[in-house]
Design a protein around this ligand. Structure first.
Ligand code: P1T
Length: 382
């Protein structure tokens, strides 16, 4: 029987140091490694290619995703860039969802399309049947998030994978919002999982990082080649911080989910809120898909302010504990206005965001304090 999730989060890739017995993986700063003869080394040659601290992180998160291979990157965007380079080329198409992180859209539409000849289309992936409208013959990748950023839509990974594979395309799932504790996309047929480890996996708003998990050996070799050739790798200290965060991922996620559920219930009752977007609500259109593929519903909650953009802007400035800021998934609660902040880059595109939308990352503060803070800010806008 293999070890459970929490055990692997603490031990996978992190055996006590063979020299000193240290139980914490050392931050290995050396950029080069001595060779006994040419090519005769202990698995490490040069730190861009591989590094012991990074290796520990890669082994650990790959294990948590149920992947044979894992690769750490300097940011979520660097991870995404490498995956897209591995799977696409000039005149291939990436099918994007109608809702995704603004930076992902910017990378595809403003960087790879402009400089690499990549094409893109966007379709409603919440209903796999409509994939047809956005499908192009040259589609090489179907890219999805679930739950999505910022609308918390849930996409049926297995259904999308079935359609995409039948048509010869790969499926990439950005699992940043769910984390491998709540959802493991490879088990549902996805080919690649990407993460911004800046978020829940790191968990403390003190490190930027990215991750790619892959099951297939051949594809893993391509990602490994690009990781080294392009070189967007994280520093040993960043790897250490992310590995430190991973150890408590399960307990943090349990509390994030518990508190987010209570926040969603509060918002649902409040007159200043027109609509709550949270996969844990039975009325949420993605609730069934979420139940099938997630352990719990996550720590992110979005809502539409009844008073439109003006009310949304007033609310995001009115909270005391929910700090107005970009990012998510860490111990402190955050509030933001996607249309003007995290998703400003999708304005005018099919992924554009309603300006009445407010996004919350529910942190680990005392739940009653969080609820009181939100209630006070919402009362102002009621
Ligand atoms: O910031 P970086 O580590 O490069 O990760 C980019 C990224 C990728 N995927 C998802 C789903 C993300 O949410 C992000 C980053 N998102 C924010 C900064 C944000 O506030 O939404």
């Amino acid at each position: 029987m293999s070890d459970g999730f929490e055990t692997r989060a603490i031990h996978a890739g992190q055996d006590p140091d063979p020299v000193t017995g240290a139980v914490v993986t050392p931050i290995s700063l050396s950029t080069t490694f001595a060779q006994a003869g040419v090519g005769d080394h202990r698995g490490y040659e040069y730190a861009r290619t591989s590094n012991p601290t990074r290796q520990a992180l890669e082994t650990c998160v790959a294990s948590l995703e149920g992947a044979r291979h894992g690769f750490a990157f300097a940011s979520g965007m660097a991870a995404e860039d490498t995956v897209l380079r591995a799977l696409t080329g000039p005149d291939t198409n990436v099918l994007l969802p109608l809702d995704a992180y603004g930076g992902t859209f910017r990378l595809v539409a403003r960087v790879l399309a402009d400089t690499g000849g990549l094409h893109w289309s966007a379709g409603d992936l919440t209903s796999p049947a409509t994939l047809g409208d956005a499908w192009r013959d040259e589609t090489a990748v179907v890219w999805l998030e679930t739950p999505t950023n910022p609308l918390l839509s849930c996409i049926d990974i297995a259904a999308i994978a079935a359609v995409a594979h039948e048509r010869g395309a790969k499926v990439v799932v950005d699992n940043t919002f769910a984390t491998p504790y709540l959802q493991r996309p490879l088990e549902f047929g996805a080919d690649v999982v990407v993460h911004s480890t800046t978020k829940y996996i790191g968990g403390h708003s003190d490190v930027v990082g990215g991750f790619v998990a892959v099951a297939d050996d051949e594809l893993a070799e391509r990602v490994r080649f690009l990781q080294n050739a392009v070189g967007a790798v994280p520093s040993p200290f960043d790897c250490y911080l992310i590995l430190r965060g991973v150890k408590t991922l399960a307990v943090r996620m349990d509390r994030h989910c518990h508190s987010a559920r209570a926040v969603a219930a509060l918002l649902h009752e409040h007159p200043a809120v027109a609509r709550v977007l949270y996969p844990g609500l039975a009325a949420h259109p993605g609730h069934d898909a979420a139940r099938r593929q997630m352990r719990d519903f996550g720590g992110m909650v979005s809502f539409l302010a009844r008073g439109g953009e003006e009310a949304a802007l007033a609310m995001v400035s009115a909270t005391r504990l929910f700090t107005l800021g970009e990012s998510l998934g860490a111990v402190e609660s955050l509030i933001e206005h996607p249309a003007r902040m995290t998703h400003a880059s999708v304005a005018g595109s099919p992924l554009a965001v309603d300006p009445a939308l407010v996004r919350l990352s529910v942190g680990l503060e005392t739940l009653d304090d969080l609820l009181e803070d939100l209630r006070a800010a919402l009362d102002q806008g009621a």
